[in-house]
Design a protein around this ligand. Structure first.
Ligand code: PLP
Length: 358
């Protein structure tokens, strides 16, 4: 068997311990005689798996009691529409900070419900930075941003203060990678496939008072209230994905919780960024002060050299390093589950490559 260091932006690497545990329970989950995939979502075994996953989200992220934790389907992309349907007044306004492709998609969906008021954007410089000192309208239904920009490799180090206006954050690509204060947000959401587990489940953490105010005509499945009232079991939830997510959360706990994982993430990111800063061949594309700890885009400036690098890296089992088409070059996604050794191997290979090709 071989395992590569997979730098995919998502779905991405999972902790090997988690995969092994899931494999060992594949045919017979704890004496039930069946796989979790084959189980009724109403069975006592699955209800326990579900309740444990919710408990772990609350524990690991320190979620206050006045927040609901939901496991939904439809990916982060469904939240782009579900959030305005539930948090916006009919024909209302949302202040959006536009920092990349994912916030642009959210803007489009908000536009179906009301005014997507883009209060700041870094599009003028290919989204290489996070706009600072943003002037908010003050009377929006909520303020919307993406905490980490998967494609452009930027992240918020400090979030804007929004006062009484709820702050909504798409944390799909950096949830649980560094500490955040949940009570600073009205709603947090994340597709699981980058930092939390397999594709198919979307974590939503929403403040209680924001539930139940959906716009008339919102389909049942798109009302948060439906899922709150039924504890995310209104219909069949993504059972296997929730089961693996629970294991990932246990793994985070075993690493010292989010603080422990964060310290490791800093070490990994610093190793790679320090090399990028001293390299004459490779260059990071994001502004230093806004650099992501999870997604690191970099270029050589020469498309042929980029292609050669990607090909030779793949031969070394350093895979999926091709950059997003809108940035070009390379992108190393180094989520929680990427071991330090993976980044070390990448940096060593980059050094060798630079020597051999300059
Ligand atoms: C990947 C990603 C999405 C899209 O997630 P889906 O689950 O595929 O809909 C949205 N936002 C961000 C920041 C992402 O990284």
């Amino acid at each position: 068997m071989k395992r590569v260091f997979n730098f995919s932006a998502g779905p991405a690497m999972l902790p090997e311990e988690v995969l092994k545990e899931a494999a060992s329970e594949m045919l017979d989950y704890q004496g039930s005689g069946m796989s979790v995939m084959e189980m009724s979502h109403r069975s006592k075994e699955f209800v326990a798996i579900y309740e444990n996953a919710e408990k772990l989200v609350r524990e690991v992220m320190n979620v206050p009691d006045n927040y609901k934790v939901l496991f939904l389907q439809g990916g982060a992309s469904t939240q782009f529409a579900m959030i305005p349907a539930n948090l916006m007044k009919k024909g209302g306004k949302v202040d959006v900070i536009n920092t990349g492709a994912w916030t642009k998609k959210a803007v489009k969906e908000i536009g179906f419900f009301g005014n997507a008021n883009v209060v700041a954007s870094s599009e003028d410089d290919t989204f290489t930075y996070i706009p600072k000192d943003v002037k908010l309208s003050g009377d929006a239904d909520y303020v919307y941003l993406a905490s980490n920009n998967t494609i452009y490799g930027t992240r918020y180090v400090n979030f804007p203060k929004t006062g009484n206006v709820p702050l909504v954050a798409d944390m799909s690509s950096n949830i649980m990678s560094e500490p955040v204060n949940v009570s600073d947000f009205g709603l947090i959401f994340a597709g699981a496939q980058k930092n939390l587990g397999p594709a198919g489940v979307t974590l939503v953490i929403v403040r209680e008072d924001l539930v139940g105010n959906h716009i008339d005509g919102t389909p049942t499945m798109l009302q948060y209230k439906t899922h709150v009232d039924a504890s995310s079991m209104f219909n069949t939830p993504p059972t296997y994905a929730i089961y693996v997510l629970g294991k990932v959360l246990n793994w985070i706990k075993s690493k010292g919780g989010i603080q422990g994982v964060y310290e490791n993430n800093l070490k990994k990111a610093n190793l790679l960024y320090n090399f990028l800063d001293e390299s004459k061949m490779f260059k990071g594309t994001a502004k230093k002060e806004d650099r992501s700890l999870m997604n690191v885009p970099f270029v050589t400036g020469d498309a042929d050299l980029d292609a050669k690098f990607i090909k030779e890296a793949t031969a070394q089992d350093l895979t999926t390093l091709k950059g997003h088409r809108s940035v070009g070059g390379m992108r190393a996604s180094i989520y929680n589950a990427m071991p330090y050794e993976g980044v070390e191997k990448l940096v060593n290979f980059m050094k060798e490559f630079e020597k051999a090709n300059s």
